[in-house]
Design a protein. Sequence first.
Length: 168
Amino acid sequence: MKLQEINKTRYRNHLNKVIAGCIAALVMGSLGIAQALIAVFPSEQGSHFHWNLAGVVVTCLLIASVLKKYKHHDFMTEVTYVWELKKQLNYITRKMRKLKAAVDQGDVVAMQIINYSYAGSRQLWQLDDNTITMEELSVWQAELDAKAREVNVTLDANKFDPQSLTNY
């Protein structure tokens, strides 16, 4: 996955609309389905927990299927990109201990993967206005850059290949 420039205003606007739509659909769908099930299958004890739960589960499945169907729609471009980037960065983070050990041994591929992770994290944190740990990220990046200079490597986030993660 290549890093892309994202229009922050458009991303935030579309993400907020997607979130609001999902919340509204969850509330209306789960209540509507639960009420329909209660009307069709009333309980003499007065407990309708299982019907309420069924309404929530069915609505969540419907929302997930709609999001999956429309994830390539133009409206969802930035939102889908960020979701996929977060998924990729999460995968890298789970392998970070092995990657950092490989970097300490001079592994160039591991350096490129971590560089991509730092660049992607920087982009996400800027998009989400989460700049609290940006200074810490700068320190990590400086350490990685120093290690890359030691082995005479130029780091480039565009050289990241997701398949290379299988080696770690």
